[in-house]
Write a protein that binds this ligand. Structure first.
Ligand SMILES: Nc1ncnc2c1ncn2[C@@H]1O[C@H](COP(=O)(O)OP(=O)(O)OP(=O)(O)O)[C@@H](O)[C@H]1O
Ligand SMILES: [Mg+2]
Length: 106
């Protein structure tokens, strides 16, 4: 398992706060697994670093890292946006669409 200082150095994370260290430790621990992770915290605390670290330390590190701004996707279309849809699945679905999950698997 990666040492905490090494992780901080490698990913440019600054600070020795206990909660920060705990979050990084958890990121390192879950990275070899397929567990889904929800990162919460105040604005600007560096939440976006956590999924990047998990990705880089995971077996998926050679696949693309794709960040999706779910807040910008209209309600009801998130599943289609993430997983794609078949032609005719809903009004306006004029073609079969392969999307984010497929891109991330490549
Ligand atoms: N501990 C830290 N060490 C180094 N850089 C940090 C740290 N915490 C935050 N940053 C930097 O601060 C900036 C804001 O972080 P980030 O975008 O991850 O915030 P966030 O938690 O996702 O906020 P929001 O909820 O507003 O999206 C980024 O450039 C990030 O690299
Ligand atoms: Mg953010």
């Amino acid at each position: 398992m990666e040492n905490l200082q090494t992780v901080k150095q490698r990913f440019g994370i600054i600070g020795n706060d206990v909660q920060l260290s705990r979050a990084l430790e958890k990121a390192v621990r879950v990275s070899p697994t397929d567990i889904s992770v929800l990162v919460t915290g105040e604005s600007g605390v560096g939440k976006e670093s956590i999924p990047k670290i998990i990705h880089q330390l995971s077996h998926r590190k050679h696949a693309k890292y794709i960040a999706v701004n779910c807040g910008a996707i209209p309600e009801g279309t998130i599943d289609s946006e993430l997983f794609g849809h078949e032609k005719g699945a809903f009004t306006g679905a004029s073609a079969c669409l392969l999307y984010t999950s497929d891109a991330a698997d490549e």
